[in-house]
Design a protein around this ligand. Sequence first.
Ligand code: NAP
Ligand code: HSE
Length: 429
Amino acid sequence: MASVDVGIGLLGYGTVGSSVNRMLVESADEIERATGHRLRVVRALVRDPAKERPFPAGDGVLTTDFETFRDDPEVQIVAEVMGGLSPAGDYVRALLGAGKPVVSANKQLIARDGAELFAAASAAGVQLRFEASVCAAIPVVKVLRESLVVSNVHRVLGIVNGTTNFMLSSMERGGSYADALAEAQALGYAEADPTDDVSGADAAAKMAILATVAFGSRVRFEDVECRGIEELEPVHVNAAAQLGMVIKLVGIATLLDGAVDVRVQPALVERSHPLAAVDGAFNAVMLQGDAIREITLEGPGAGGVETASAVVADLVSVVGTAGTGFLQNDACWRELARLPSSEWRSPFYVHLEVSDRPGVLAHAASRLAAHDVSIAQLVQRLEDGAAAIELVLHRAPFGEVSAALREIAAFPEVLRPPFVLPVIAERGL
Ligand code: NAP
Ligand code: HSE
């Protein structure tokens, strides 16, 4: 970087963008100590410059005209903190094409259009960084790409959505789904449309990015099997407690025999497991690998200042590594196959509601046995002539468990379709 004052352009000046500016102003000395440069916001693109801002931009910094922003020679590095696929994606492409390095906090954009954007960055010979797109303040992308570069990470477990973790923590304490969602929205954890949080789409985008970085092979948003928390009922939360577990929305990325499986779904987590203790809106990512055995990173996964901390770290990395060829752009270096969903293995929890008649339990057990699936725990509760059966199954292929449950569901005494979730108990230690 030739100039001492590095001009920063912000695509967006909302919760994260204004926090980035505040941090660059308030931490200018620390940044100069680290990089030898002072980073200053010279332009910020917004929709409404008249809007009141928590940390106002300098005079003449806000603009609504993208061409003015793109062509401003003072804008040397861009932070995309606008969100959404369009127009943010078109703007990032145009800026990379104009030779400007970009750092982005936009998980949906990176998870969906990453391949094309990284190719555009490489073609232009500039960097595209994305630490802030996953888990805000937790520096997991940097840890995976730099600290664990030779560690053969083969499993990533993540609680990567604060809203749903907050809701499930609240439901565990007896709160209702609706009250928990309303509180998460009031506290500002939820996305503008909370559907992305509760459906698992927000977590799926983050897991696609994490799996891509961890395994070095592209995992797109569409490749992630995704189930949200909408179908959870108090009966499942209570059953988990009875079994000594808690329910969490967990991202699970597995590299097995050269094939990749990435999924986001509610899971029962054993109380002694580190992920069970992740409370409220916090995020945590557990990395398991050959050399490291197991590392868990935990911290705030949302918020203006928390996300800005990752954006600023990426800006500093761009300044520090420009022209060196060090870990720039795409994390992909190979193409791995997808593991068929039926071959993905885990212990499972199953909730059955059946008529209280002779032979029903024996039938269920025989169908599981026919598929070589073994029962580890069983709890039964009777109520009004019906029985609720909670089963924990030993580790088995998902395809075999699903086939057994289809056969169990066909039995006339089974009152509702069986409900199945994975169980997380194993450690990488
Ligand atoms: P935000 O408060 O809604 O800010 C978005 C900014 O972009 C606003 O300044 C808005 O302008 C501007 N903008 C949006 N569409 C625009 C358009 N078409 N043209 C020009 N400007 C436009 O969003 P945020 O919470 O800061 O989030 C920004 C990004 O960070 C998103 O990708 C989000 O997923 C990611 N992120 C956020 C958090 C968090 O906790 N907030 C955490 C992790 C990641 P106006 O101000 O004029 O409306
Ligand atoms: N809505 C997200 C969450 C925060 O609840 O984790 C931004 O990623």
